[in-house]
Design a protein around this ligand. Structure first.
Ligand SMILES: Cc1cc2nc3c(=O)[nH]c(=O)nc-3n(C[C@H](O)[C@H](O)[C@H](O)COP(=O)(O)O)c2cc1C
Length: 364
């Protein structure tokens, strides 16, 4: 009886912790990592108490629903193990020494898988006991859709809209340099800051993809450009609108950017002379899975024939989206080399990744 109660408490805690973990934006990194340990402790309690389940695997003549349950449970177990390993890979607080993943994409994907499979697993326990099987199946399906949507849509949305991170610019940007063989590449970037009419209370409306460096607002891509510039010893160049800037509100910017993309607009930007460069490191955010249209203006205006364009994208979940093929189409004579696509939350700590990337390019 007591075993059953402990098991139930551990199970409830696991679901509660997992949902809290996904609301990372509210709890912050350190609490997230500590809660992660608590999750795995509960998981061990669960496995010890339900250890008999492993023995049932070799039983013959099980109903189809049992086979399905067992497959889901095995998959869940595997996902949790991978989640645990990946959590160390992205840890900054508890295991900073063994941080081996440059991006938290895999970890976040696994967390969604664990939550969805967890709902399916828990729901199936209910299914076996339920009298109305059809209703149980509908409830389980709805639960799974809600869990997957939380991880795939709500979490990235919250991260984009509510995140405001304070950093020290020099601490994040300066460090080891790369002695580039030959003419150094230009570092060109686009970011919202400098291209947006921000209101004074901007944090309230769009903490979103904004960073505060030493009290000054700074764009994600601007920070990355600062890092790349420091690594190479070059001054980054911003793609800057000459006309109307984007609105302060994040949502309004998203709408304007969507309209621009549909219209394939080419907002006017200050000219950037690339004629003297052999290579350009282009740092840009994903907007609607594409390059922001001012980046298209920059690419169309320059002559990139025979040059190499190294890509560093930033995003809130979409990898490179369509941007690689878009850039290739805009600069058919250039060699386009995708480098990395960094999740917005990982940007302040991306210097090591950029350093490794630039060292790799330098060897080619
Ligand atoms: C207008 C707009 C559209 C966006 N669209 C996407 C998108 O389609 N996929 C994605 O993963 N992130 C998207 N994002 C998130 C940004 O790519 C991400 O927050 C980026 O790091 C912002 O960089 P910045 O601070 O340099 O402007 C969008 C952001 C904005 C402002």
């Amino acid at each position: 009886m007591i075993k059953k109660r402990i098991g139930l408490v551990a199970d409830i805690l696991m679901y509660a912790i997992l949902v809290t973990q996904m609301l990372y934006v509210f709890v912050g990194n350190n609490v997230h990592e500590i809660l992660g340990m608590a999750f795995f402790a509960c998981m061990i309690v669960h496995v010890v108490i339900k250890g008999w389940w492993f023995k049932t695997q070799f039983r013959k003549g099980k109903a189809a629903s049992r086979y399905f349950f067992d497959a889901v449970t095995l998959l869940l177990l595997l996902s949790i193990i991978l989640l645990m390993v990946s959590s160390m890979g992205v840890s900054r607080f508890l295991f900073p020494g063994i941080r081996f993943l440059g991006s938290s994409d895999f970890h976040r994907f696994l967390a969604t898988a664990v939550l969805t499979l967890g709902v399916l697993h828990g729901g199936m326990h209910g299914y076996f006991k339920a009298k109305k099987k059809r209703s149980a199946v509908i409830l389980i399906a709805l639960g799974c859709v809600a869990a997957a949507s939380l991880g795939l849509f709500l979490v990235p949305y919250l991260n984009r809209h509510l995140r405001a991170v304070e950093i020290s610019y020099a601490e994040k940007v300066t460090g080891e340099r790369v002695d580039w063989n030959g003419k150094k590449p230009m570092v060109v970037y686009f970011t919202r800051v400098g291209n947006t009419d921000f209101e004074p209370d901007v944090d309230a409306v769009s903490g979103a993809s904004l960073l505060i460096a030493d009290g000054e607002m700074i764009g994600n891509d601007q920070l990355l450009a600062g890092m790349a510039g420091d690594i190479l010893g070059v001054e980054p160049v911003a793609i800057t609108l000459t006309g109307k800037k984007y609105p302060s509100s994040y949502n309004a910017t998203v709408s304007v950017a969507g309209e621009e993309l549909r219209a394939q607009a080419r907002p006017a930007v200050e000219p950037i002379d690339v004629s003297d460069a052999d290579a350009v490191i282009l740092i840009y955010p994903l907007w609607w899975g594409s390059i922001p249209m001012p980046v298209a203006t920059f690419l169309e205006a320059g002559d990139f024939d025979g040059k190499t364009i190294y890509l560093i994208a930033t995003q809130g979940s979409s990898g490179y989206g369509n941007t690689v093929s878009e850039i290739e189409a805009l600069c058919p004579g250039a060699k386009v080399v995708p480098g990395t696509s960094i999740y917005c939350e990982d940007i302040p700590d991306a210097r090591e990744e950029l350093l490794a990337l630039i060292k790799g390019w330098n060897k080619q």
